[in-house]
Design a protein around this ligand. Structure first.
Ligand code: HSE
Length: 307
């Protein structure tokens, strides 16, 4: 195999109760990454479609993650990377994670898959570090493993059960929020009382995924710590949240570092009704937006074609 094209999906981090811990993989939205073997042993980004981003491999997250991976493995060729961005940077649905995971996944496949997707997470997280200053694994874990994922710590990442009926509605207001700025908004000290409440929600959420108890999942999707600070960045956040819940969503919160907002519903029909409820609110604003409905993508990143 000399060339591979992969689809690297968007993802939702945090899911309200698991800041930097929980992730979920989406369907249909994502980046396409093509990687080709080259004779000279260089790593290059040759083309980027869809967004204006640096082709410098020390600045572009796909180059940074690929470089980190190539430092640890022996290869006798170089690689050129083409990126077709399907996810806008600063959207809160894992734009940097899709590119960072896509390049390492593609290279690993091209060289005969010496590492598992789980082993690749730490390299993809290096791309995240280049993007926002922290080697966060929540989005890249969801991309590489699919479904719902849990980061206990950097090298201890667990794929969780994914109840079949769940569907996301994602509202993306067309404003860019840099992850580093959004992280800087959060208070660094959390009270003991908050810690207890938030841990209780996180534990119950995971339990709900395994018992497929949708009510419990919904009750646990609370964010007492981060949402109060970040929600000020999102126009009509409170209205969107109330409308989503009133329309039948089991939970609603900020997707990753924002500005996207997600609602989780039992079934695609409810997720589509939530989409309409969100649109009604945003149609009255002078702001462009997109809304997507997506099932949970349990497979994660995938190969589109090989040559
Ligand atoms: N967990 C990270 C955050 C995700 O909320 O900052 C970044 O997309």
């Amino acid at each position: 195999m000399n060339e591979i094209k992969v689809f690297s999906p968007a993802s939702i981090a945090n899911l309200s109760c698991g800041y930097d811990i929980l992730g979920a993989c989406l369907d249909g939205i994502g980046d396409e990454i093509t990687v080709r073997k080259t004779k000279n042993k260089e790593l290059k980004i040759t083309k980027i479609f869809g967004q204006k981003l640096s082709k410098n491999i020390k600045k572009n997250v796909a180059g940074v993650s690929a470089n980190a991976f190539l430092k640890d493995i022996k290869v006798d060729c170089g690689f050129e990377i083409e990126i077709k961005k399907g996810i806008k940077p600063g959207s809160g649905i894992g734009s940097s994670a899709a590119s960072a995971a896509g390049s390492v996944f593609a290279i690993n496949e091209l060289i005969g898959k010496p590492l598992s997707n789980k082993d690749l997470i730490k390299y993809a997280a290096e791309g995240e570090k280049a993007a926002c200053g922290s080697a966060i694994s929540d989005n890249v874990a969801a991309v590489l493993l699919g479904g719902f994922t849990f980061v206990r710590e950097k090298n201890d990442i667990i794929k969780l059960n994914s109840p079949i009926g769940l569907a996301f509605t994602i509202l993306h207001p067309q404003i860019e929020v840099k992850t580093s700025d959004s992280r800087a908004l959060i208070k660094k000290i959390v009270s003991l009382e908050m810690m207890v409440k938030q841990s209780a929600n996180l534990g119950a959420f995971v339990s709900g995924l395994y018992t497929e108890d949708y009510e419990l999942i919904g009750r646990s999707m609370k964010d007492l710590v981060i949402e109060p600070f970040r929600s000020i960045l999102i126009p009509k956040f409170k209205q969107i949240k109330s409308a989503s819940i009133n329309t039948g969503a089991i939970g609603c919160g900020i997707s990753g570092s924002g500005p996207s907002v997600f609602a989780l519903s039992k079934g695609l029909t409810t997720a589509k009704n939530v989409e309409n409820a969100m649109k009604k609110i945003y149609d009255n604003l002078d702001l462009d937006y997109d809304v997507h409905v997506s099932r949970v993508n349990d497979k994660g990143i995938k190969i589109i074609k090989t040559l």
